[in-house]
Ligand binder design. Structure first.
Ligand code: F0G
Length: 459
């Protein structure tokens, strides 16, 4: 018999109860939170799909590593274990631990950014963009055009537009472009993967211009799984080998361990260049800590090293990517507009198609996220005009975001298939009632990053 069920390849040793609220309770919780899900207490959430960052469940071996961690200030055993693991995986010469991904970004752009510089990426994540802009440099997104068509099923919609990159390199040259980056998977473009072929071509182009190439490696294992299963000639190779090949094309990387590191905190910056590494460590000592712990405890480094070894396990990745695909397939079959094909870490709803009667200035994605919380206590996140829309202060004209999305990010090893079935059921109900959903209005907003603290009212 050919068994088709792909199950969670782990059993549960520790459980955390979920608090079930009533619709009436959720109604008043939402009102009190000014209809902003970031202001809702986690205790009042049943299924929390706000982010896949720092929300993973650690394994028994990782928990054991916490006890085993060496807390020496300098030269701790846990650092060397971590350094060996990362070197084995990435091949980079210098491994610099940081407290999370954005700390690695801050150090990198502090050294390589600055006024007049331009830094391209397939799509920058918001903290990457913010760190580049804080340095005075310009962050440029060069996604492939297919990335912007939600319903288009294509293999590597997370790729970079290589023609556009070449044009930019030709126009600006290495005096203005200190480095090129690629984010795998492409979080801001619906968690879509980048192909090995694209990464290789970007690398070759960078080498011909003598410009360093860095990878934002948060979700490197998920990306490598897509490469293994989709890219011709890759099926016979292990995910770890494919990840090693990918890193071999780059001169360095930034990484948030809170994703594919399977830890709740941690990150690193890695590179081959000695001089650059020296500069990075000088900043590290001032802002993060001594180079053998860099803002983390020894036990964190131990759990992080273990997580990096576990994340390339192919039974885990098969289940992980299948669980996202499973939700996308079910929603698609019900007619709920989702980004296709399924990405790695999250399900993205196409809010414009979901609520065609709600214009971008009435925040359709945010309205869906609130309706889903009200329906089932599920927390998701708008990635649309609340996050990226702007009102021109001079003309008062509203500029919508490129896409109106709702992201349901799936924490690693946390929820089971029945939790996901529940999510699908609640979303189907919200979709069935979509005609009754009106948009939202902002009643208060801060000057920057308004999505975290703004207050809303339903229209
Ligand atoms: N790069 C990417 C692609 C990310 O998705 C994130 C974080 C970071 C860098 C920054 O890492 O949080 O450790 O400082 N993404 C989270 C998310 C917050 O919800 O997508 P960090």
């Amino acid at each position: 018999m050919a068994i088709k069920t792909i199950f969670e390849p782990f059993r549960i040793k520790t459980v955390e109860p979920l608090r079930i609220t009533t619709r009436q309770e959720r109604d008043s919780i939402l009102k009190k939170a000014g209809y902003n899900l970031f202001s809702v207490r986690a205790e009042d959430v049943l299924i929390d799909l706000l982010t896949d960052s720092g929300t993973a469940a650690m394994s028994a071996r990782q928990w054991a590593g916490l006890i085993d961690g060496d807390e020496s200030y300098a030269g701790a055993r846990s650092f060397y274990r971590f350094e060996n693991t990362v070197k084995d995986l990435t091949g980079f010469k210098h491994i610099i631990p940081t407290h999370q991904g954005r700390a690695a970004e801050k150090i990198l752009f502090n050294i390589m950014g600055g006024q007049g510089k331009v830094i391209p990426n397939n799509t920058h994540f918001d903290t990457t963009r913010a760190n580049i802009e804080v340095s005075g440099a310009e962050a440029v997104d060069l996604p492939v055009k297919e990335a912007l068509i939600p319903s288009l099923v294509k293999d590597f919609k997370g790729n970079m537009d290589i023609t556009a990159l070449e044009r930019l390199l030709k126009e600006k040259g290495r005096e203005h472009i200190p480095l090129v980056m690629m984010t795998v998977t492409n979080n801001s473009c619906a968690g879509q993967p980048a192909s090995m072929g694209c990464i290789r071509r970007v690398s070759e182009l960078c080498r011909s211009y003598k410009i360093p190439f860095f990878i934002d490696a948060c979700r490197f294992a998920e990306n490598a799984w897509f490469v293994k299963t989709r890219e011709p000639g890759c099926k016979g190779r292990s995910v770890k080998q494919l990840a090693q090949e990918m890193f071999s094309y780059a001169d360095g990387c930034t990484m948030s361990g809170k994703k594919d590191g399977l830890v709740n905190i941690g990150g690193f910056l890695a590179m081959n260049d000695d001089e650059l590494a020296q500069k990075a460590r000088n900043i590290l000592i001032v802002t993060e800590g001594f180079p053998t712990y860099g803002g983390l405890a020894g036990r964190d480094l131990e759990a992080f090293a273990q997580g990096l070894e576990e994340v390339v396990d192919e039974d885990y990745l098969k289940y992980r990517i299948r669980s996202t695909e499973y939700v996308v397939e079910k929603l698609d079959a019900l007619g709920v507009p989702v980004f296709k094909p399924a990405g790695g870490h999250a399900v993205y709803l196409d809010a414009k198609a979901f609520l065609p009667h709600v214009p971008p200035q009435h925040y359709p994605g945010h309205a869906i996220a609130c309706a889903l919380y009200l329906e089932g206590g599920i927390r998701s996140c708008e990635i649309g005009s609340v996050m990226f829309g702007k009102t021109d202060p001079a003309t008062g004209e509203f500029q919508p975001a490129m896409l109106e999305m709702v992201r349901l990010a799936i924490p690693r090893r946390v929820y089971t298939q029945s939790h996901m079935d529940y999510v699908v059921e609640c979303l189907a109900e919200v979709f069935a009632q979509r005609d009754k959903i009106r948009g939202m209005r902002i009643v208060w907003e801060p000057p920057i990053l308004r999505h975290f603290t703004a207050r809303f009212e339903p229209l």
